[in-house]
Design a binder for this molecule. Structure first.
Ligand code: HEC
Length: 120
C-alpha cells in the first residue's frame, strides 16, 4: 500500500517536471534574442562602444537600445539570483526609455553582471 503510494508520488513528480519544461518551451519567444546573442550584437560587434563614443548614427543607437532592452526579457541563468538580474536589467531598460546614451552607459554594469551571471 505504502509502496504504491510512493510509486504514485514519484510518477506525479516526474510528470510535473515534464510539464514544467514544456511550459518553458512554449513561453520562450523565438523573437527574443538570448543574452549571448545580445552581448554578441552589442559588445563583440563594437556597436555599444561606437554609440557610447558618439560615433554611431541614429540607426546604430536604435539597434543597440533595442537589443539591450531584450536583456530584461531574458531570465537569470538557472540557479542564480533572478531578483538581482531583474534589478540590473530593469535599470538598463529604464535608462533606454530616457533615450540618453550616458544614462544607458551608466546602467550597463558589465563587471557587476558578469561576475554574478556570466559563465553560469
Ligand atoms: C545584465 C547583465 C549583463 C550586463 C550589464 C553586461 N553583460 Fe556581457 N554578458 C552577460 C552574460 C550573462 C554573458 C554570458 C552569455 C552566454 O554566454 O550565455 C555575457 C557575455 C559577454 C560577452 C561574451 C559574448 C560571447 O559571445 O561569448 C562579452 C564580450 C560581453 N558580455 C561584454 C559586455 C560589456 C562590454 C558590457 C558592458 C558595456 C556587458 N557585457 C554588460 C551579461 C551582462
Amino acid at each position: 500500500m505504502l509502496r504504491s503510494w510512493i510509486v504514485g508520488a514519484v510518477a506525479v513528480f516526474a510528470l510535473a517536471l515534464v510539464l514544467d519544461s514544456n511550459v518553458e518551451g512554449v513561453v520562450k519567444d523565438k523573437d527574443i534574442p538570448t543574452v549571448k546573442e545580445i552581448m554578441g550584437g552589442c559588445m563583440k560587434s563594437g556597436l555599444c562602444k561606437k554609440v557610447m563614443s558618439g560615433k554611431g548614427d541614429e540607426d546604430d543607437q536604435k539597434k543597440l537600445f533595442k537589443l539591450l532592452g531584450h536583456l530584461a526579457d531574458n531570465k537569470a541563468p538557472e540557479g542564480t539570483d533572478d531578483k538581482n538580474w531583474k534589478a540590473l536589467t530593469k535599470g538598463i531598460t529604464d535608462a533606454i526609455k530616457t533615450g540618453d546614451t550616458k544614462k544607458v552607459n551608466a546602467a550597463l554594469k558589465c563587471a557587476a553582471c558578469h561576475k554574478e551571471y556570466k559563465g553560469k
